[in-house]
Write a protein of this length. Structure first.
Length: 287
């Protein structure tokens, strides 16, 4: 692939169709309309590993046959070509179906906590923060070592969290075996399930984009969805619970699972998220 190849030329080569139009959506996204009327997105990621991780994650989620994701037409270097999803308004019925589908996605499982999607790199990213997919034998130990403590150290080193405050989060990590609830098998997670990565399709289905997919605890996806808001979240949770009821006490563990995204946001965006992370830690220790 030439470094100067246009998004339209890349889309033509990877889809095998001619381009009928090209429209820049942002600095990293270009919509290409194909000669059969379909539209694809040519996306430039932060680097080859990020593009490879996204492509592998989307394919792994698609294999579950549960929640629809955009088809991946190909990935080369830091760019990938995906189907464009036409969006519509969110609806209560679609939200309930989304909850059911999300439960089915999680139930598809993963080889281990921290397992990367097949073909995906160990070193990936979540937003613009580094993310390592390193397998672990049990969720509490893996979550502390690979999802809480790395970002806690970055936040302290960057001056966003004070060492005395970090001790509170370290206490949560030490008590995770007692706070985590009943043991569960590794779930197939989207991994970055905030509302911006949930697309309400014009076809009435709810689609997922931009995963940081890995094997994890299913309550983590739901906690992230709650943290940043989601239309009809109560209906999403109702649909989920009908399909795969959550373990008793799951509401008390929401803050525990939110520590990971809150610390990522602390590293990326500063002190406001640090305060939320500390509040979540205190709430987790109170139960």
């Amino acid at each position: 692939m030439s470094a100067h190849e246009s998004p339209g030329d890349l889309a033509v080569r990877l889809t095998g169709r001619e381009a009928a139009g090209e429209r820049r959506l942002s600095g990293t996204l270009t919509e290409v309309t194909l000669d059969d009327g379909r539209a694809v997105i040519v996306k430039r990621a932060d680097g080859p590993d990020a593009a490879r991780a996204e492509a592998a994650g989307l394919r792994w989620l698609a294999e579950a046959g549960a929640v629809p994701v955009p088809a991946v037409h190909g990935q080369e270097g830091d760019r990938l070509v995906l189907d464009r999803i036409r969006q519509g308004p969110p609806g209560a019925a679609a939200a309930a179906r989304f909850g059911e589908s999300l439960a089915a996605l999680h139930a598809a499982g993963a080889p281990a906590f921290g397992a990367a999607p097949p073909g995906g790199p160990e070193r990936a990213s979540i937003g613009h923060a580094p993310l390592r997919n390193v397998p672990g034998a049990d969720w509490p130990g893996w979550y502390a070592e690979h999802r809480v403590l790395p970002y806690l150290r970055l936040a302290v080193d960057g001056g966003t969290l004070r060492p005395a405050e970090a001790a509170l989060l370290e206490e949560v990590c030490a008590r995770l075996p007692y706070l985590a609830g009943p043991a569960e098998p590794p779930a197939r997670l989207h991994g970055d399930l905030w509302n911006g990565n949930v697309l309400w399709g014009a076809d009435g289905r709810t689609w997922l984009i931009d995963p940081a997919a890995h094997g994890g605890h299913r309550e983590t996806d739901l906690a992230m969805l709650a943290l940043f808001g989601c239309p009809h979240l109560d209906r999403v949770l109702d649909g989920y619970q009908r399909t795969a009821p959550l373990a008793a006490g799951w509401r008390d563990r929401v803050g525990l699972h939110q520590l990971f995204p809150l610390l990522v946001h602390t590293v990326l965006f500063g002190r406001g998220y640090a305060e939320q992370a500390l509040d979540a830690a205190r709430a987790a220790l109170a139960h």
